[in-house]
Write a protein that binds this ligand. Structure first.
Ligand SMILES: [Zn+2]
Length: 158
């Protein structure tokens, strides 16, 4: 290969001379800026971001799966209260909650806290907490009396 500046036959290397790419011998290299030929600009940006892939977090998925409020807890509370002949005000007084709160709970607008659930269960003699079966336990014959499938239950919970 010949040097493009002096024409000498040598091991020339690419260099930048006033913006022009030329092949220069070691003697002429000082006239230009050295160019690293391995720096192909296109292949630089690929696959060089370690640590960007997030592992899916599985925490807390099954945390609340064992005991859940029954699907129509608000209806159960309302019906049980009426059976006992209590007004919302009276029920609220018995369990130490405001009438407005009882109303919201019965409308399904407010999910009662565990504490309130326990008080309601005791006061109205009802059951609001049920064990949630794991999916493998669900077979064709294990639908509840209300005809709800586990799928219905999950949909409602969301
Ligand atoms: Zn030269």
């Amino acid at each position: 290969m010949q040097c493009e500046l002096c024409g000498r036959d040598c091991e020339c290397k690419p260099a930048d001379v006033d913006g022009v790419r030329m092949m220069l011998c070691p003697g002429c290299m000082r006239h230009g800026k050295g160019v690293k030929e391995t720096q192909a600009s296109s292949s630089l940006n690929q696959g060089t971001f370690p640590g960007r892939i997030k592992k899916p977090t599985e925490k807390d998925v099954y945390k609340d799966m064992n005991k859940e409020l029954v699907t129509d807890w608000n209806e159960i509370i309302k019906n049980a209260r009426k059976k006992k002949g209590l007004t919302r005000e009276e029920l609220g007084f018995k369990i130490g909650e405001r009438t407005v709160t009882i109303g919201k709970i019965e409308n399904g607008d407010l999910r009662p806290s565990d504490k309130v659930v326990k008080k309601l269960e005791k006061e109205l003699n009802i059951r609001l907490i049920e064990e949630v079966k794991s999916v493998s336990d669900v077979s064709v014959g294990s639908q509840s009396a209300r005809g709800l499938t586990l799928g219905d239950f999950i949909k409602k919970e969301k």
